[in-house]
Write a protein that binds this ligand. Structure first.
Ligand SMILES: [Zn+2]
Length: 212
């Protein structure tokens, strides 16, 4: 069992690359969102606690999260991709301890580095057709007629989550959480920086360099 951690801002493309890795090599994707949902759905004792935290609008505490992760690891085999976990230093340390007990370790951490000015421009320029769901971009992929869908002429809209204000909030939260993790894995000498500004297969090629 090898372990690959993916770190990167929302919109850095790590989700897409993680899907590719699952398809190409049969990696198992560990999503803490899914683990929480499963526990809540199956009404496990930990799931019931999660439900209570979520109803209070609180995050699931680290010790509960790590216990659920531990249980989940007993149901999976093969190489694992960790995406969205660990989110804090405490979680990273607990994950190390957990993997150590399983005679395993974090093998690589891939940090998807992006130019955030470009990221903000990419997201705030996104336009969606409320009728057919087609997406455009004000400058990069504009519709034939400004502001309306090519296929059904519906006026295009910007999703609420794509406003500059919302993105800045998401990025600030991401930095507060992730910056210490980058230090942590750099110190362990398992961190590789992926230039996620590159287009097309160039990002994938960098990942292949690390995994080969
Ligand atoms: Zn449309």
């Amino acid at each position: 069992m090898r372990n690959f951690i993916l770190l990167g801002a929302p919109g850095s493309g790590k989700g897409t690359q993680s899907d590719h890795l699952v398809k190409a090599f049969g990696f198992t994707h560990i999503s803490t969102g899914d683990i929480i949902r499963d526990n809540i759905l199956q009404k496990t004792p930990l799931g019931i606690l999660c439900q209570q935290y979520s109803e209070q609008g609180k995050l699931v505490p680290d010790d509960i999260m790590i216990q659920m992760v531990k249980n989940h690891l007993q149901t999976v085999t093969g190489d694992l991709i960790w995406d969205g976990f660990p989110r804090t230093i405490v979680q990273a340390e607990k994950l190390d301890q957990l993997l150590h007990k399983l005679n395993s370790k974090v093998d690589h951490t891939l940090y998807f580095e992006i130019d955030e000015t470009k990221l903000v421009a990419r997201i705030t320029g996104r336009l969606t057709c409320p009728t057919c769901g087609q997406t455009y971009h004000k400058t990069a992929v504009p519709p034939k007629v400004a502001g309306v869908c090519d296929d059904d002429q519906t006026p295009l809209v910007q999703r609420k989550d794509d406003s500059e204000e919302k993105i800045k909030i998401r990025l600030a939260a991401y930095h507060a959480d992730t910056a210490p993790l980058i230090e942590y894995y750099l110190h362990q000498q398992v961190l590789t920086v992926i230039d996620a500004d590159m287009e097309g297969p160039a990002v994938w090629d960098q990942i292949m360099e690390v995994l080969k």
